[in-house]
Ligand binder design. Sequence first.
Ligand code: PLP
Length: 450
Amino acid sequence: MNYISTNENTPKVDFVTALFRGQAPDRGLYMPETIPALKPDEIRAMKSMSYAEIAEIILSRFLSGHIAPERLSELCRDAYDFDVPVEPAGDRLFILRLDRGPTASFKDFAAAMMARLMSEFRGAGAKRLVVLTATSGDTGGAVAAAFHGIPGIDVIVLFPPGEVSGRQRRQMTTLSGNVTAIAVDGKFDHCQALVKNAFADPDLRSIDLTSANSINIGRLLPQSVYYAYAYSRVADHPEPMVVSVPSGNFGDMMGALLARRMGIPISRVVVATNANDEVPQYLATGIYRRIDPSRVCISNAMNVGHPSNLARVVSLYGGRMDGTGAVIRPPDMDAMRRDLFAVSVSDSETRDAIREAWRDGRVLLEPHGAVGWVGLRRYLELRKNGEKPLCVSVETAHPAKFPEEIERLLGFTPETPPSLAGLDAGKESWRDMPADYGAFRSFLSGRYGA
Ligand SMILES: *Cc1c(COP(=O)(O)O)cnc(C)c1O
């Protein structure tokens, strides 16, 4: 299995190279050259498998030749030792709760596996690896927790202090050790730009930098697993399901598209964004315009004005988009529109959905999952008639990560899951930095001696 760049301007590489590079040398994103197919029997057999076993089956297709099956099995069992609830939430409607991992965010699924793979494939005696990651909310905490305490690897997390919740910040700032949190005076897009510049900077070439953002192939692949898992819990093969994915950088929905290409019967992927509606607009008009600066919404982990995984979506449909969002070769828009239903959801609709879901069915949502919930409802309303499809709405964070919002809307504070308890007591430490690449470069070269 080889990996190719979405910019199509660099040789293909194997999985391990793609994993450590993060971004391809031509600044594109790595994609599997071919997408392996699951046999109907294999999909049916997932019904009686654990999450970790399903992860092993899917990941083995992408890692073939790099890792012994028994070892992959161990890594999967170690990474996925928590609950993955698929809750009934109405007529043929389920909620996939991806919030029981170490930081109560769906990003734990990907980060936990990527950290284990990097630790596994880093040769003994290799020099210090520096993982750079920009976060608009949950990535930082999930990546920091996944790598915390792993010898030989440092994590540097850049976050926009005005856009993350107190709990999200604490998840990054209370770990210390090999984790450094940097508060960048700017927005998420600035943080992301600093990381991208560092990767492209020839002066930093002597530092072993790698990315843990959703552009890393090691994060993308594990995100296809939970769609196969959800399918195995709610459907009888070959019955199709609709999934609704609250989306920001589009890594999560890319996981759904990969699962679909592998053969999981997903009839439609509802891609729900907040007011950062550049992709719904793109599908509607065929013209792509990034939003700069990105719009601040209550679903803060989705405040993204140009999704970094969009180039992958475009490439999956035969097109080519460069890092700036310029469409070099248009994708098959008709096929994209058939497979995706992209919809933008306002903050007030998001808040109404949190109230209604609780009032009508005692379904507890937080702002990100609520965006997906509204997107799904919108999709179902537009379907003329016919049978209601089997639907899975993805909840990407635990409601307890947004206690103020939930308290204001529902009048109670959600119960804190064990993963978040104790966070408030930890001692915080972080560095402040202007949104200026020069400052970031001197920090990196000062610490790692470039
Ligand atoms: C990151 C995040 C998202 C968006 O996921 P993408 O893969 O970037 O589209 C949605 N919800 C929550 C809670 C997140 O942390």
